[in-house]
Design a protein around this ligand. Structure first.
Ligand code: AMP
Ligand code: MG
Length: 386
């Protein structure tokens, strides 16, 4: 629903120009076309001897050499070889390259090999990776280091990208004090606003942390209005459960919000709310820190991706083998702290969605299927990287 609703109402963002140095993680606002064929010539993939495939195995006369950055003047005829370095253009006449490791040099200026070779062997043909004009990095692609390499290879020193969306964070709760204040015995610090700010930054947004909202409808509404004025997306933490002082939904309703859902069958994070108010999307994230952090990764991050102009909003999930048996109460899909290494996953014991120290020890969330109460050691289970 998040993907559908945000895609349906997508409005293209403003753009800006940046250099290659500053584009990591940003979203392309233009199609990037190849400036020429890649490789631009028939390129040798190895150090060796350019030959006619029909001449090997056999003994061949070496008529010259060609290094990367140079072109051999002349052609390789029948029975002739040109010594060639990786990345150099294959001389005309030659149709295969024999690796230097498979060749014996002789004093009379010949080389021999007992290896067979086929036409095109160890040659990357011109244009086989990309044709001139082909768009391999489309508008909407999030730039990673491989994309940076391709941008540089194709001569794009400056590129047009979308501006980052501003994401407002409103923590709600009478029990909260700001991080730099000393909590009374019955109070806790507003830690969610800061984990959310970190998650927003990592997702490519600009966090705007607003003051704590007391559990009062009018105060919460006023802060929501401020968020609507200053941000592209709104995240609220806490106040979405069934408690007497959970005023987030009523405050949003008062502003005419549309609610797409207000409950998900997962744990942590069951009371998650997603909707739209005025022309902004919002998430009401449950306040237990584990719930806030997990629901952000599962739902809000996708919205930030799409609002950022990215066409894809992938979830980094994979399968891993359990190192030990595991059981949970069925009925809800559970996201449990775990440690993943080399395809193996070990659950980390935790004491519920408030157990931040356990989350700090984890590098992933193990995803326990709502219909599967028991897993044996060695069974595979999905994990979401942290
Ligand atoms: P709520 O979803 O408002 O019922 O909050 C559930 C629990 O999460 C609260 O009782 C707090 O212990 C905790 N909590 C709520 N908001 C925050 C926050 N901003 N930072 C840290 N913990 C919070
Ligand atoms: Mg609360």
């Amino acid at each position: 629903m998040v993907l559908r609703e945000v895609r349906t109402r997508f409005v293209a963002r403003e753009t800006e120009d940046v250099s290659l140095r500053d584009c990591q993680g940003r979203v392309l606002a233009e199609d990037i076309a190849s400036d020429r064929d890649y490789p631009p010539f028939h390129r040798s993939a190895v150090d060796g001897f350019a030959v006619r495939a029909a001449d090997v195995p056999g003994r061949i006369r070496v008529i010259g050499e060609v290094r990367a950055g140079d072109t051999f003047r002349g052609a390789a005829g029948a029975g002739e070889a040109v010594e060639i370095m990786t990345g150099a253009p294959v001389p005309s006449g030659a149709d295969a390259v024999v690796m230097v490791e498979h060749v014996t040099r002789h004093d009379d200026g010949t080389v021999s090999t007992d290896r067979d070779s086929e036409e095109g062997g160890n040659i990357v043909p011109r244009g086989s990776q990309a044709r001139a004009g082909a768009v391999l990095l489309p508008r909407g692609k999030r730039i990673d280091y491989t994309a940076v390499n391709w941008l540089a290879a194709t001569g794009h020193a400056r590129i047009r990208i979308f501006t980052r969306p501003v994401v407002a964070v409103i923590a709600t709760g009478d029990e909260l004090v700001e991080v730099d204040a000393m909590p009374d015995t019955d109070q806790i610090r507003n830690s969610n606003a800061w984990s959310l700010a970190a998650q927003i930054t990592r997702a490519g947004g600009i966090p705007l942390v607003l003051p704590i909202a007391r559990d009062l409808q009018a105060e919460t509404r006023a802060l929501i209005e401020r968020g609507l004025a200053e941000a592209d997306l709104l995240l609220l933490s806490g106040g979405v459960s069934a408690g007497k002082f959970d005023v987030v939904e009523p405050a949003l309703a008062e502003l005419g919000a549309q609610f797409f859902f207000d409950r998900v069958k997962i744990q942590p994070g069951q009371p998650l709310v997603f909707g739209r108010v005025r022309d902004r999307f919002f998430f009401g994230l449950p306040g237990n820190p584990g719930s806030t952090m997990v629901t952000f990764e599962l739902f809000a991050r996708a919205a930030i991706d799409l609002i950022s102009g990215a066409t894809e909003a992938p979830l980094p999930m994979m399968l891993a083998r359990l190192t030990e048996p595991f059981r949970h109460k069925p009925g809800l899909t559970r996201f449990l702290p775990a440690h993943v290494d080399c395809g193996e996953v070990t659950p980390i014991g935790w004491r519920g969605s408030g157990d931040v120290p356990a989350l700090c020890r984890a590098n992933a969330f193990m995803v326990a299927n709502s219909d599967v109460p028991e897993y044996a050691a060695g069974e595979t289970i999905p994990v979401m990287l942290k």
